[in-house]
Write a protein that binds this ligand. Structure first.
Ligand code: NAP
Length: 278
């Protein structure tokens, strides 16, 4: 069975659109883009379109690649203090002259839409209430939507990156999965992936996961995005693996749309927290 990220995204966005309209929420997202990364521009367009659809305002701040770090820091400080800004995204990657971690960490935790600040990651580590990174939240939402049990399941995550693999391992551990994290130094990857009830690959290595690496009936989630000759290729050899898996995400059309939906979901949650706390 296909785990249809587009279908679930559309349901989420329709519900949130109604909620925003019915409650007259005034939500505003600030997006900061530094440099000319073409893929970032596509991601930002997707985020802007989703915001427009649900009725969230977007203010975009575009900087050339030779911008000084201090300028970005000044802007983040201004946005932090702007009561009309609900959330801030610093689009990654940034040029080498900008320290992404330092800038990102200046964003107030309660305006950190991506859930990347140290404060929010520490709360995730301690299994406290936090803002979850959007891809992590989207994967969990998709599993819950299709009623795929997480509690007690053997989950194997391939990839330990800071954006997906590592925070996902913490989030799923918090939900009582038994989590194994593999990476580029892992020996005999197939012997590990074959134990997975849920296999999640987030490496960016095209078609790393083949049918002989899957337990029959497993759930397979493909997060990886590689661009080969202008085409998006996932980590999972979909045509091959779909015969072994019980549930599988297409790529594109699986995790990507869920990530965008969770940006909107995080913004609405952050706005509601703010109005409830006065
Ligand atoms: P990252 O920081 O570059 O991490 C990649 C991880 O994959 C690393 O831990 C690396 O191992 C591991 N790896 C690379 N090649 C491997 C191999 N052949 N076998 C086993 N492990 C391997 O990446 P990220 O930011 O976490 O993102 C991961 C992927 O997800 C990327 O393709 C990214 O584009 C995609 N992504 C998709 C979405 C979405 O919404 N669909 C959102 C975010 C990211 P080492 O640690 O040993 O180097």
């Amino acid at each position: 069975m296909i785990l249809d990220g587009k279908l679930v995204r559309d349901e989420i966005l329709n519900d949130l659109k109604e909620k925003i309209k019915d409650n007259n929420y005034r939500i505003k997202l600030a997006i900061i883009l530094v440099g000319d990364d073409e893929v970032s521009k596509i991601y930002i367009r997707n985020k802007e379109n989703a915001c427009k659809f649900v009725g969230i305002d977007v203010e975009k701040f575009v900087f050339s690649s030779d911008t000084k770090q201090s300028e970005i820091e000044k802007l983040i400080d201004k946005l932090n203090n702007d009561e009309f800004i609900t959330g801030i995204i610093l689009q990654s990657p940034v040029p080498n002259n900008i320290d992404f971690d330092k800038c990102c960490n200046l964003i107030l935790p309660n305006k950190d839409v991506d859930g990347f600040t140290e404060n929010n990651i520490y709360n995730l580590y301690l299994n406290r209430d936090t803002i979850l990174p959007c891809t992590v939240k989207g994967i969990i939402y998709l599993l819950n939507y299709y009623k795929i049990p997480i509690d007690g399941s053997n989950v194997v995550i391939v990839g330990r990156g800071n954006i997906v693999g590592h925070p996902l391992s913490l989030a799923l551990l918090n939900l009582n999965a038994t989590v194994t994290v593999a990476h580029s130094k892992t020996k005999d990857l197939a012997s590990i992936t074959k134990n997975a009830d849920i296999l999640i690959s987030a490496t960016g290595t095209p078609h790393l996961i083949k049918d002989n690496m899957i337990k029959k009936g497993a759930t397979v989630i493909d997060v990886g995005v590689s661009r080969v000759n202008g085409e998006i290729i996932g980590d999972v050899d979909f045509l091959n693996v779909k015969n072994e898996a019980r549930y599988i995400t297409p790529n594109p059309g699986g995790v990507g749309p869920m990530t965008v939906a969770m940006i909107i979901d995080n913004l609405v949650c952050m706005y509601e927290r703010r109005i409830n706390n006065g």
